[in-house]
Ligand binder design. Sequence first.
Ligand code: ADP
Length: 399
Amino acid sequence: MKILIINAGSSSLKYQLIDTADESVKAKGLCERIGIDGSMLTHKAVGKDDYVIESPMPTHKEAIKLVLDALVDADHGVVASVDEIAAVGHRVLHGGLKFTESTLVDTKVKEVIKECFPLGPLHNPANLMGIEACEAAMPGKPNVAVFDTTFGMAMEPYAYLYGIDPKYYEKYSIRRYGFHGTSHMFVSGETIKFGNLPEGNQRVIVCHLGNGASISASKGGKCVDTSMGLTPLEGLIMGTRSGDMDPAVVQTIANGEGISVDEVLTILNKKSGVLAMSGVSSDFRDLGNAAAEGNERAQLALKAFRYRVIKYIGAYTAAMNGVDAITFTGGIGENDFTVRRDVCASLEYLGIKIDPEKNSIRGKKIEISTPDSKVKVFVIPTNEELAIARETVRVAGLA
Ligand code: ADP
């Protein structure tokens, strides 16, 4: 069965067509510059030449139409007709308080996605446009919304509530939600399977380290805690986000610089993290090179990033009264062996030992701990699209 996965952004739309028979990707691509001059679709299909087409895409509707045309194209397509697509799975950023599960889209679900615009102002409107474009192009086809926040909805109130008056939760739904939920769900599940962890409440810590970065603690695949909060700003130091901070910093910068709270928040989201600390780049390859050449700010930024990861692993081990496995994923987690090496070197107190040779392997599913390590350590590439495809099949009742 073929499932189309859509990840719609405000001016872009990524897609994959996944065959659930062997969970392989038949085609994938990207629409860029939607609503802007110079719109472009890049389509890659298995066994076919890459296909790039420049065509106006004033809205997501035209983008979806071009995607479907590419999928059925005689030369570049992979299906004979759109009817072969069994269902569409959509990545949706924020499900607010209403969604504790992925869900089949209907009018009510669309209303709730809209109600969550204030919680996900950049993503939710685009996600809804993607859904509506698919509904228009493929009437009657099941659409499933898979929320980035669902995984975190399993947290207990003592973990998700901030230390503030509950009236703010009631009035504005302020709580910790967590993001990268689909990745944490997928990777914690894969850790349990791949690691052959004994049945029970397997205690797993997943370090999703990419440009956006977050850590989760889960028992038996259910989230106990996760480092992002009301928004993705909380938690680790990231490529361009500050991560955890005393909120008084916002006041001090706003007053000192004569700028608004909104402007400070933009700085904390887009112009902070290792980018600002190093003054070099948000990209860990650039940072690694600069640090190796003796750039002290780059060295400090990398150290601060690793230190925060180490602190969170310690906190989550305490939260679960131990840990059975730690898994690294995301662009940095999968590829940067120096981060894994340095983080694990600080986890000696947990009896963790890693094999330097296995740790040097890139982007592959592998156990990197030694047989006598007290906690298993893995690298497992994340695959959010596959996780969405699996959820789509389950929720649409196609299994
Ligand atoms: P996001 O999905 O949040 O945009 P990714 O998960 O793609 O981010 O991760 C991007 C990060 O991964 C970048 O900082 C990049 O430098 C880092 N990365 C990718 N490949 C490597 C590598 N070979 N070595 C070190 N870092 C890498």
